[in-house]
Design a protein. Structure first.
Length: 364
């Protein structure tokens, strides 16, 4: 067996022994024995290299006196062998410790302990590995948190319409109702069923958007025409309440996902119509500057407090509980997510009793 094969076999055995030591299967005497073997192998290797070098120099270049000056003196070889042995044992030991730490951390994460953090070494081959592991662990924790929140919010929001449908359905089954009562209860069931369907659709849409990092298909289109179309699509709602629409929509070329952006304008306009009393007014404006396109949708509705405004884009948040049956608290959360994915910003300015203005800005 060659010297290289012996060294290779030793290091393989050394790594295996390190694992056994961690599990309690390796003895202290074995560690000392391996260190001695390593020392002898390194010492022999140094002697062989030195003698071979000396022989080559003597043969081709110099006489014995000059050649000796370029070869490691035999007297310092034991010390050098000890030093190299210590270095190799230390490096091998540190690598084994790092490997064990990584294996333990990976085991914890695989058993659901998301967010487990490894102390990252300042340098070395494990630095990048530990950093990437920590990123992965935190990402898994974030996904688990979103999953838990989704299940909690979804189940909570579905309880109300389901309970309402169940309650009125039981009243209908009991009988003894007038035709007027039956009609009223059926309308409530139909309304709650529609709200349940909208809640399901919006929840799935928001969940999909939250897992997106890109807006998807982007094209250049007329933003002013899109907003006009949205106003027309909602004509029945604002006409029923005799709400006046005041618009100023100059020609605007816009680059974005047309389908998702339509959802933005429909949601904001629907929200304005919902909270604007009969005979009120909604204004829609597009303005331009050198680097910003701004859309303002204002209403003369009930407005909101600063506290409500600070949470208005949160999932399932409904600031005005008196209107809780009219929505599901997801429309503006969807708006926020789509605008963010599109590289823009959205904010609200509002005064209680006077109305609200939603401001959407996009860089040009």
């Amino acid at each position: 067996m060659s010297l290289w094969q012996k060294l290779k076999n030793f290091f393989t055995f050394g790594k295996s022994s390190a694992k056994k030591k961690h599990s309690g299967e390796k003895s202290r005497c074995g560690d000392i024995g391996h260190a001695v073997v390593m020392f002898l192998l390194i010492f022999v290797a140094l002697v062989m290299v030195s003698e071979t070098t000396l022989a080559v120099l003597n043969l081709f270049f110099w006489d014995n006196k000059n050649a000796g000056a370029f070869v490691i003196p035999i007297a310092i070889m034991p010390s050098l062998a000890v030093l190299l042995t210590i270095i190799i044992i230390y490096v091998n030991s540190e690598n084994n410790k790092m490997t064990v730490k990584f294996a333990e951390a990976f085991d914890k994460v695989s058993h659901g302990e998301f967010g487990y953090h490894l102390e990252v070494p300042k340098s070395g081959q494990f630095k990048t590995l530990f950093e990437n592991f920590n990123k992965m662990s935190m990402e898994l924790k974030s996904i688990q948190t979103l999953k838990d929140e989704f299940i909690h919010d979804f189940s909570h929001e579905f309880k109300t319409p389901i309970a309402s449908i169940n309650g009125f359905a039981n009243l209908l089954l009991d009988g003894g109702l007038t035709e007027e009562e039956r009609t009223q209860y059926l309308k409530i069931i139909a309304h709650e069923s529609a709200r349940l369907a909208a809640l399901s659709e919006n929840t799935l849409m928001l969940s999909r958007l939250e897992n997106q990092q890109f807006i998807g298909e982007v094209k250049v289109y007329r933003l002013d025409l899109q907003i006009k179309e949205c106003v027309i699509l909602l004509e029945r709602q604002w006409a029923e309440k005799s709400i006046a629409i005041d618009s100023e929509l100059p020609r605007t070329e816009f680059s974005g996902n047309a389908s998702l952006m339509q959802q933005v304008w429909l949601n904001i306009l629907s929200n304005a119509i919902k909270f604007t009393p009969s005979g009120g007014e909604i204004s829609v404006r597009i303005t331009h500057s050198e680097d910003i396109t701004e859309v303002r949708i204002s209403d003369t509705g009930i407005g909101m407090s600063a506290e409500v405004a600070s949470h208005i884009f949160d999932k399932y948040y409904q600031g005005d509980t008196s209107h809780s049956t009219a929505g599901n608290g997801l429309g503006l959360a969807i708006v926020k997510r789509i605008v963010t994915l599109s590289g823009g910003t959205v904010e609200v300015e509002s005064t209680e009793g006077e109305g609200s203005t939603f401001i959407v800005r996009f860089p040009v």
